[in-house]
Design a binder for this molecule. Structure first.
Ligand SMILES: [Cu+2]
Length: 75
């Protein structure tokens, strides 16, 4: 099975579920490995950063082909 190492910059997150199944999280993390065509639910405490940052697949060619997005964190 192919994985996408999904990563969010700046703010670590807690993984709640992957494909609807509860995830055995042990605190916050900055990357989670996801199977192909999956859905992840995360909780992110936006405590101390305001501005733009990105999320993306850590496989750079995946990011180049669209697996990258922008977060605009506001007060
Ligand atoms: Cu990927």
């Amino acid at each position: 099975m192919y994985l996408h190492p999904f990563h969010i910059h700046v703010n670590d997150f807690q993984v709640m579920s992957v494909n609807g199944k509860p995830y055995d999280a042990h605190g916050r993390q900055d990357t989670v490995d996801l199977p192909m065509e999956s859905e992840v639910v995360v909780r992110i405490p936006f405590d101390d950063f305001v501005g733009k940052t990105v999320y993306h697949c850590h496989l750079m060619f995946h990011g180049d082909f669209g697996m990258m997005g922008l977060l605009n964190i506001v007060k």
